[in-house]
Design a protein around this ligand. Structure first.
Ligand code: SF4
Ligand code: SF4
Length: 364
């Protein structure tokens, strides 16, 4: 395993981190997966309340009873669920109890979507205050944040100098849009953990298209996507969701080869994915607050296919969704969009949703 310094915390974390959002129903097996990861050198374990139907922290608790090596724990609190200092205190104590640990090494103010939400986190008597007190009492090592904000907002939060690290979505598909946030963290010497390196499954689901990421015959597309993240300057940990021992073993293999991406490959990726093509929807669901009740992620995922293949493929997908009643007869259609802009403001990929819906309503 390769270990990297996390900001100025003095902690060295494994470049491959374990994301605890993909456990299956068998909790004992889930604990074995965690232990196997630790035995292969992974020392950064990320969980959150509500992951895996709220079982993730319990599964880590089982695993932590018998870990083969040293490890660090990351968990979270979201201002939407815990908006006061007292509620965050309760959350911290609950997470400690569920995982059977004395201290949370990295505690995230979870999923800050914009500066209004950040203000709520930092409000007097609010979440940050509760977490800071817990830190002063030794229940937390480091206060950090996770975000889907645009780069300039991430920079503003970082420059307030209240956090020691950041967790952000970053992958080969969206990296151009996310680069400013990475750069701000780098300049301010924060630790950087990247989530969603496989684009919410988009990359492994479209192996043909993304095979251009591979630089060696014996490398899988997913390994190449993880390597792409790990090769970026400033990134400490690439967080990969893992639910099986096979996934763990495949992911740790990326450290068997240099964690670099050649200049030619970067150029090829830029010209094929981030310049000559539109950005892709990663099905994260954050935009799903349409006042017209349009199921935006479903439509944007279908639109992906016209980028990855052709319009015909999108048409097939929409027909299939209708047959399966995933789009029902009386659901809001693409032409119900009134261009209010709410979804585009929320979109983690900053996609031109309004334009795409309009195009879809004309074509399909
Ligand atoms: S812009 Fe259109 S799709 Fe987006 S939230 Fe508004 S009405 Fe819904
Ligand atoms: S349109 Fe944007 S916010 Fe919505 S699911 Fe896709 S990537 Fe996520």
């Amino acid at each position: 395993m390769i270990y990297r310094e996390y900001g100025q915390t003095g902690k060295k974390l494994s470049v491959v981190g374990f994301g605890g959002m993909r456990f299956g129903p068998d909790e004992d097996y889930g604990a074995q997966v965690v232990q196997r990861a630790n035995s292969l050198g992974i020392n950064y374990f990320d969980t959150a309340p509500f992951y895996c139907n709220d079982r993730s922290e319990d599964i880590f608790g089982k695993a932590f009873k018998n870990m083969p090596g040293q490890y660090y724990v990351s968990t979270k609190s979201n201002v939407g669920k815990e908006s006061t200092a007292d509620q965050v205190r309760w959350r911290i104590e609950n997470s400690l109890k569920r995982m059977g640990i004395d201290k949370i090494n990295f505690f995230h103010m979870w999923c800050i979507m914009d500066l209004n939400q950040y203000d709520r986190v930092m409000a007097k008597g609010g979440p940050y205050e509760g977490a800071l007190k817990a830190k002063e009492e030794g229940l937390i090592d480091h206060l950090v944040f996770s975000t889907h904000c645009k780069g300039s907002d991430i920079r503003k939060i970082i420059e307030d100098d209240v956090f020691e690290g950041v967790l952000l979505g970053y992958n080969v598909v969206n990296h151009a849009f996310r680069q400013e946030g990475v750069q701000a963290a780098l300049e301010n010497k924060l630790g950087i953990v990247t989530m969603n390196p496989l684009g919410g499954g988009l990359i492994p689901q479209h192996q043909d298209y993304f095979s251009l990421l591979k630089e060696r015959e014996d490398e899988t597309v997913s390994q190449a996507a993880l390597r792409f993240n790990a090769a970026q300057e400033g990134i400490t940990v690439v967080l990969a969701g893992m639910g099986t021992i096979e996934e763990v073993e495949e992911n740790v293999k990326i450290v068997d080869h240099p964690l670099t991406v050649s200049k030619e490959k970067v150029q090829e990726i830029r010209s094929k994915i981030t310049e000559s093509m539109d950005m892709l929807c990663t099905a994260c669901g954050y935009c799903n607050k349409c006042p017209q009740k349009i199921n935006i992620p479903t439509y944007m995922e279908a639109y992906n296919l016209s980028i990855l293949k052709d319009d015909q493929e999108t048409k097939h997908r929409l027909n299939w969704l209708r047959e399966q009643e995933k789009i029902k007869e009386d659901d809001a259609k693409t032409d119900a969009c009134v261009a209010c802009g709410i979804c585009e403001e929320l979109c983690t990929q900053k996609l031109p949703i309004i334009e795409r819906l309009k195009e879809m309503s004309l074509k399909y």
